[in-house]
Design a protein around this ligand. Structure first.
Ligand SMILES: *[C@@H]1O[C@H](CO)[C@@H](O)[C@H](O)[C@H]1NC(C)=O
Ligand SMILES: *[C@@H]1O[C@H](CO)[C@@H](O)[C@H](O)[C@H]1NC(C)=O
Ligand SMILES: *[C@@H]1O[C@H](CO)[C@@H](O)[C@H](O)[C@H]1NC(C)=O
Ligand SMILES: *[C@@H]1O[C@H](CO)[C@@H](O)[C@H](O)[C@H]1NC(C)=O
Ligand SMILES: *[C@@H]1O[C@H](CO)[C@@H](O)[C@H](O)[C@H]1NC(C)=O
Ligand SMILES: *[C@@H]1O[C@H](CO)[C@@H](O)[C@H](O)[C@H]1NC(C)=O
Ligand SMILES: *[C@@H]1O[C@H](CO)[C@@H](O)[C@H](O)[C@H]1NC(C)=O
Ligand SMILES: *[C@@H]1O[C@H](CO)[C@@H](O)[C@H](O)[C@H]1NC(C)=O
Ligand SMILES: *[C@@H]1O[C@H](CO)[C@@H](O)[C@H](O)[C@H]1NC(C)=O
Length: 828
């Protein structure tokens, strides 16, 4: 059988179908593997054989995924020594050496001798190709005479180690391919540096391009989002014998790999079964602050500042001229020299940082943070200290300049920088207001909870009384621009409390026939207070642990909000274990019930849909800007839009909402909550949310309202895309009106419809900074003459094709099908 020697997607696949399998997953001394034959691991995960990269006729022995339809080579044996004709073979010698020979039977590659007597090579289901003694030996890694996992190429698979065996000095690192057609070691690599507190560096040649930061317990200091990825377990082992990093996947059905790509970016890719494509789950470097030490010694990098570089408190630019020209790489110098002997030095705390370069630091895991501070004060060359473990304990001390310091919006650690007494008092000219605000928000939320407890006590007394105490506590706290301490009305929580008996009577003892549905954390019932007033009662399930926090959140938030496009909370009922919210009743239920039901969709003519869109926009604008609290809803979707008698939309379900301070641009969360299909890329992938993530969800919602189709679950296979992509392509081609739901009929104001689609496309653009704010959205929707910018490609448009992975493709398609709000990545 002669096959063309080119490694093309289909051919590779065919090769595995037609190849003569030698012995399943085993290679023995008597049976070499010839070009055209392959080994397949026992569970069918991986395949080993000869291949040619794209645009190359050279033949290499490699391992690739057997079950992944896009050819993806994860390991190459003879990456520097290709064979020019498809006539090579791979064999194992009688003493256990793997050898690749070319058409002239000349050895081009060998694995080194192992001295086995009865060797066999086996391709394991983990993707590891191993040599071991055929009989007697167990399958444990210790018994392998040789394994491909010890010689990674550009890919780290689950279970592989990136790092050192300190005894044998084996340095397992990743090196990118030269280019797509040549697997020879390229310019970029990723390796662990064992100096000081070990860190992993991305390198271009010998230059350091990015570092992970030291391991601080459950994650690297420079990758705060790591601990939100509950799909994976990450390990960092550091003992006498070894220092390495490794990861594993908890869900066996998920396929993921870490690579260094040919342009010097490290990426974690996950396989999307549904769209048959690799999707970029995470990558680095990401931003300007990710470069190694853009701000030099004692400088601090913050992407939210302009310029991004600043000096730490107590420091000033070394070369003010360069600094003014926005080159911070010279860094900063002390204003006042340290004064070690008099013992007057102190520390300034820098919050939410990526720890500075630890190559020259000293670590002592046995010290507490207090002991660490004492040790730093005693040592005259100590410049800073920090905890070596985010969960507490451990001590890192820097005794030289501190370099490559950056701050994160959320999720960093505290660093304590030593200053002379003279510099300690001066307030930082460099005020990280956003972080301060974040802390204050934290404490205010804490106070809100106190307020809620207050609410409970007050309910016990069953008196309608205003919780002046609780709220006056709030009144004393001021932060940012926009918080509560403004008008007098803000100091009162005017929320009626109902007693359980009333609610039981109103809902006919929570009769099943009064049940309206099941929310994220409990059932919702319809009820009637007296003769007239219809209510909806949301009853927190007793079993729902998660729900209690959301419940408190919702009570505190929504009690303060008044807007005709937000659902109105009438009161609460808290008695014993019961926690209930009482809302105005919405006879027309939720928007999704109309939108995605063929029969009911016809009831929504364009005018109604447009009113709904405009109403949601106004409600959201109120949340984002006009209310005294500034609120990000975080779970905007069709099922959270309720419709009153006149089909006016009202935003509901504030269980996930978050208050944010006036100066905070965005927040990073450890727990990503929301609903697939409506989540913005930066939120779903990095947990970063801001008003712009709500804007994204709003855009999705507008496209759904216009098209009558769900973003999730509908897949346009002709273009390999979802609703967002579909809408964008139609728009680009000038066929935007094709998107419009057939149920609307044919007579509708085309300009208005097109304007809505365009505004929606602006809202779902990939980059948050490109998306308009809700105030612009309201303006754009309302103005017939507004000249709107041209929308860029939306986020989350799955595409397909070999190695053509669009950074905007996502994992949304591969995940669960139900439409409930979900927590995607739970911390730890
Ligand atoms: C194989 O042998 C032939 C004839 O001796 C020679 O011309 C050719 O260069 C050899 N090829 C390789 C790859 O060594
Ligand atoms: C293994 O065999 C190869 C050739 O078959 C030989 O060159 C090598 O020295 C042998 N190694 C050991 C350890 O016996
Ligand atoms: C590290 O290398 C030494 C020497 O080759 C070996 O004995 C030891 O088993 C290796 N350690 C691990 C964990 O593989
Ligand atoms: C990667 O490992 C190889 C083999 O151990 C070594 O020669 C090379 O120097 C390492 N590269 C880096 C950047 O550490
Ligand atoms: C960090 O602290 C946690 C909790 O105390 C502990 O389980 C973990 O082992 C520590 N990590 C290191 C590297 O010491
Ligand atoms: C490497 O990754 C970056 C970022 O994900 C991407 O822009 C670039 O095109 C990739 N390079 C290659 C050769 O795939
Ligand atoms: C520190 O002590 C020295 C010697 O006692 C003294 O000259 C110096 O002024 C002191 N510095 C400060 C800042 O107090
Ligand atoms: C660490 O210290 C060495 C020797 O003092 C110095 O050459 C090197 O630049 C330092 N590295 C960093 C990252 O500060
Ligand atoms: C200060 O700490 C460094 C690093 O731990 C150490 O090398 C040095 O000897 C210490 N100096 C003093 C005076 O203790």
């Amino acid at each position: 059988m002669r096959r063309p020697p080119v490694f093309q997607p289909l051919l590779l696949f065919l090769s595995s179908l037609f190849s003569l399998s030698v012995g399943g997953d085993l290679l023995t001394p008597t049976q070499p593997l010839r070009d055209g034959q392959t080994l397949i691991s026992a569970g069918g995960n991986f395949e080993l054989g000869f291949f040619s990269p794209v645009n190359s006729n050279n033949r290499y022995v490699g391992i690739w995924y057997h079950k992944v339809s896009v050819p993806t080579v994860v390991w190459v044996a003879n990456r520097q020594h290709p064979i020019s004709e498809p006539k090579g073979s791979l064999s194992i010698t009688a003493n256990g050496t793997l050898v690749i020979t070319d058409q002239n039977s000349t050895a081009v590659w060998s694995s080194g001798s192992s001295g086995l007597t009865n060797p066999v090579a086996q391709l394991l289901d983990s993707g590891n190709f191993i040599v071991k003694e055929a009989k007697g030996a167990s399958n444990g890694p210790g018994s392998f005479a040789w394994q491909s996992f010890d010689y990674p190429t550009d890919t780290l698979l689950p279970g592989m180690k990136l790092g050192w065996n300190l005894t044998s000095h084996l340095n397992r690192n990743l090196t990118a391919w030269t280019d797509a057609s040549d697997p020879a070691p390229g310019y970029y690599s990723m390796a662990l540096d064992v100096e000081g507190d070990p860190e992993i560096f991305l390198l271009g040649g010998a230059h350091r391009l990015w570092r992970t930061g030291p391991w601080v317990g459950q994650r690297f200091s420079g990758i705060p989002e790591m601990k939100t990825y509950s799909m994976f377990t990450f390990n960092f082992v550091m003992d006498q014998d070894e220092i390495y990093y490794t990861f594993n996947i908890l869900d066996g059905s998920v396929i993921s790999r870490l690579i260094v790509n040919q342009s010097g970016v490290t990426q974690r890719l996950v396989w999307l079964e549904q769209s048959q494509a690799w999707s970029i789950f995470w990558f680095a470097p990401k931003d300007q602050c990710d470069g190694v030490s853009p701000c030099g010694p004692f400088g601090i990098c913050d992407t939210n500042n302009s310029p991004i570089c600043d000096c730490l408190q107590g420091f000033e630019p070394r070369s003010p001229t360069n600094w003014a020209l926005r080159d911070g790489s010279d860094g900063c110098k002390r204003k006042t020299a340290l004064d070690c002997r008099n013992g007057t030095d102190g520390f300034v705390t820098v919050n939410e940082v990526k720890l500075p370069d630890t190559s020259n630091s000293t670590v002592d895991m046995s010290l507490s943070l207090d002991q660490c501070r004492a040790m730093c004060l005693r040592n005259c060359s100590c410049t800073a200290y920090a905890s070596a473990n985010t969960s507490g304990g451990g001590c890192i001390i820097w005794t030289a300049e501190i370099t490559d310091l950056r701050v994160f919006t959320f999720g960093g650690q505290d660093l304590y920088v030593r200053l002379a007494a003279a510099d300690l008092g001066s307030a930082s000219k460099h005020s990280h207001l956003s972080r301060i605000a974040a802390i204050v928000v934290g404490s205010v939320l804490g106070t809100l909870l106190l307020g809620w407890i207050g609410c409970c006590i007050w309910n016990k007394k069953r008196r309608r009384r205003r919780t002046k105490q609780a709220m006056s506590m709030l009144g004393t706290i001021s932060f940012a621009n926009n918080y509560i301490n403004e008008g007098t009305e803000g100091n009162e929580l005017d929320l009626p409390s109902y007693d359980l008996g009333t609610i039981v009577a109103a809902t006919d003892n929570f009769s099943i026939k009064n049940k309206l549905g099941e929310g994220g954390f409990g059932p919702v019932y319809k009820g009637k207070l007296g003769e007239e007033q219809e209510i909806a009662v949301k009853r927190l399930a007793k079993t729902s642990v998660q729900g209690i926090d959301e419940f408190k959140n919702e009570v505190m938030l929504i009690a303060k909000l008044q807007h005709r496009n937000l659902v109105q909370l009438l009161g609460c009922c808290i008695q014993g274990e019961e926690r209930m919210l009482i809302y105005e009743y919405m006879p027309n239920k939720s928007l999704d019930a109309f939108l995605f039901d063929k029969a009911k969709a016809a009831l929504l003519d364009w005018q109604t849909r447009y009113n709904i869109i405009a109403g949601i926009a106004r409600g959201l604008l109120y949340l984002h800007q006009d209310s005294r609290l500034r609120i990000i809803h975080r779970d905007l979707k069709a099922s959270n839009i309720l419709l009153d008698k006149e089909m006016n939309p009202k935003i509901s379900d504030f269980g996930m909402a978050r208050i944010f301070g006036g100066d905070e641009a965005e927040v990073n969360t450890h727990r990503v909550v929301g609903t697939y299909g409506y989540m913005s890329p930066e939120y779903a992938m990095d947990g970063i949310f801001s008003v712009k993530s709500d804007v994204f969800s709003f855009g999705v919602l507008v496209l759904e309202i216009t098209s009558g189709k769900k973003n999730r679950g509908v897949y346009y296979s002709n273009r390999h895309t979802n609703l967002l992509g579909h809408a964008w392509y139609l728009w680009k081609e000038g066929n935007g009106l094709e998107l419009v739901d057939e149920s609307i009929g044919y007579s509708f104001p085309m300009a208005e419809v097109l304007r809505c689609i365009k505004v929606a496309l602006l809202c779902v653009q990939e980059h948050p900074e490109d998306r308009p704010t809700m105030s612009s959205v309201v303006l754009m929707l309302g103005s017939e003459s507004a000249c709107l910018p041209y929308p860029k490609q939306p986020g989350f448009v799955a595409t397909k094709g070999p190695f053509e992975i669009d950074s905007s493709s996502s994992k949304q398609d591969s995940l669960t099908v139900n439409d409930l709000s979900v927590t995607v990545f739970e911390a730890r």
